[in-house]
Design a protein around this ligand. Structure first.
Ligand SMILES: [Zn+2]
Ligand SMILES: [Zn+2]
Length: 185
C-alpha cells in the first residue's frame, strides 16, 4: 500500500505475518476431530464445561502437547488443556479444575454471575491488557451479557496476547503458552 518513494531498501515486512494461526489445522482435521469427539470434559464446573465445549465445537480447542504445571501441587500433572489444576488437586479441593472455584457453589446454574468468571480471568492482567480485552468485550456485547461464547473468546484473546507478548505479564504464564509454537509456516 505505502509507496514510500526513494526508499531503496526493501525491508518492509510482509503484509500478513500470520501472527495468530489457529487455522493451521485446517488440513488435519480428522485426527483432531476424532480426538475431540472422544474427549470427555470432566472435573470442571458447568460454565467452564460450556466454554470448553464451545472451543471444541468451533475447533478452537488446543490439546496440551505436554503436561502442564498444576497451580496446586506445582507438579506437571495437568493433562487437559485449559485446566489450571491437576485432577488430583481439583478432586481433593472439590473445585473446578479450570477456574478453581468450588464446584458445589456452581451447581445452581444461575447463582454465579458470569462476570465473576470474567473478573477472575482478567485478574492479574496488566492494566493495558485488561483494557484491551474490556474494549473488545464491549464491542461484542454492549449490554455486558456474558455467555460461554464470549468467555471463550476472551480466553482466545488472552492467549493471543500471550503470544503477542506486550511485556510485563509475568503473572500470567499459567494460562497457556504451551502451544505457542504453532505459527510456523
Ligand atoms: Zn495438582
Ligand atoms: Zn470452572
Amino acid at each position: 500500500m505505502s509507496t514510500s518513494r526513494g526508499n531503496a531498501t526493501r525491508t518492509r515486512p510482509q503484509k500478513h505475518q500470520n501472527k495468530s494461526a489457529y487455522k493451521n489445522d485446517l488440513h488435519d482435521k480428522t485426527n483432531k476431530t476424532k480426538f475431540l469427539n472422544n474427549l470427555d470434559v470432566t472435573g470442571v464446573c458447568k460454565r467452564c464445561k460450556d466454554i470448553i465445549d464451545w472451543k471444541i465445537k468451533y475447533k478452537k480447542y488446543k490439546p496440551l502437547t505436554a503436561p502442564r504445571k498444576c497451580v496446586g501441587c506445582e507438579e506437571k500433572a495437568i493433562k487437559y488443556a485449559y485446566h489450571i489444576l491437576c485432577t488430583k488437586c481439583a478432586t481433593k479441593r472439590n473445585v473446578c479444575a479450570k477456574c478453581n472455584t468450588a464446584v458445589e457453589a456452581n451447581e445452581p446454574e444461575t447463582e454465579k454471575s458470569p462476570n465473576v468468571d470474567l473478573q477472575a480471568m482478567l485478574k492479574g492482567l496488566p492494566e493495558r491488557k485488561r483494557r484491551t480485552i474490556m474494549r473488545a468485550i464491549n464491542k461484542t456485547c454492549g449490554d455486558g451479557n456474558m455467555t460461554p461464547e464470549i468467555l471463550s473468546q476472551v480466553e482466545e484473546m488472552l492467549k493471543d496476547m500471550d503470544n503477542l507478548d506486550l511485556g510485563d505479564d509475568e503473572d500470567f504464564d499459567d494460562f497457556g503458552s504451551d502451544d505457542s509454537d504453532q505459527s510456523e509456516d
